[in-house]
Write a protein that binds this ligand. Sequence first.
Ligand SMILES: [Zn+2]
Length: 445
Amino acid sequence: MQKKNILMAYAFAMLTLVCLGIAYIVSMEHDAPEIIITPFPSSLTENSELEVLLYDRSSGIKSVEISVIINGKPFPILTESYAGKHNSRHLRFNLKHPAITGKSGNIEGTLRIKATDHSTANWWNGNSSSLDAPFCIDADPPQSELLGISSQVRRGGSAAVAFRASEPLQSALVRIGPHEFTAFEQTEQVYACIFAFPLELPLEEFKPELVLTDKAGNTSTSPLETAAVEHEYREDNIQIGQNFITGKFAEFSLIVPDENDPLRLFLRMNRQVRQSNYAELAEERHNTAAKPLWDNDFMELPNSVRRGLYGDRRVYINSGTTIDRQIHKGIDLASYRHDNVPAVSSGTVLMAGYLGIHGNMVLLDHGLGVQSLYSHLSRVGVAQGQQVTRGQTLGLTGTSGMAGGDHLHFEILVGGHSVEPDDWLNQPRRARMETIINQPPNRRD
Ligand SMILES: [Zn+2]
């Protein structure tokens, strides 16, 4: 009787073990987690954000270990484990580690990512997979060697700088307060930039600095030595007669249709529309050639007289009352009615059409962020995208937009800022900037 009980218990124990074994085999799966790393650039910094996606459809991700291997030695970067069934995990990380931080030069190594799932396989250790990816950390910010820079720049004026970078760059610019002027690569690692002392920038904010970012994302900032020269522009009274205000009503109503009062319409054009027109023009600074397109001679409207100057602080007077104040950002050139308007120099037509206070206008790109504007035309004779040569007729002078009599309003813009046109029309002044950006001499090859 006792012997029979022992046999029964033994059989029961055996059956339980077999059942557990079957349950273990049935519950076990052998699909290892998938590891997908987002492609990253060949050169990184320790702050570069890397991304990895872990995926396990059967039992879910249990843990992940990310490490870097430098000179055969592993250094852990990130270790995480997860309870519950998560089929996917999206991780962002960087390679910040004492083995990397503070080092200089290039650090080469292998990024290793190991993931394990919740499977009961391998005696409950789960299925694991691992992925190796080589990386290179560039620990050095870019350096620059100054090749030339304008010694001084007047308020509203233009200046040039050229420099050689110590390594290939992702971006290069001259920053002045809130303003940025792009530098363009001329030959291998030699960059040129035309920048300006923006007309309305407070003198104390004129502190140009060179901001370079290398391919890995390291940034260096260094001050540029160029003297800012203050300049007081003249005040100019503009009589705005009732004839002008009512005469322009029909044209301006097309731009501001909800304004019925002629004087208020004039003021909205002169303030809000003026501001938005200049913002639109400034956006075109991004559409510029990386090399100079201009010729060695700039051409002003022939046989014309200057009726308005750059920087004029205009006071608008209506029947003895000051109604508005604005800064004049170009020069007004009067010759005879419907005169041919020549391109100041060779370039590409960026805009050709109607733009608020400018009326019918043409905007040309001359490269390196230098652009020219022709406003108040009676006729536009070129189309967007067209290449033009110096002296080529762009259209005819007129009175469209905010213009009383027939004349050409002409501007030069640098990086989206209207600048003193004489820095470009005056040959010696322009030649000084050209000498700087032409370094080294074989640049235009
Ligand atoms: Zn003007």
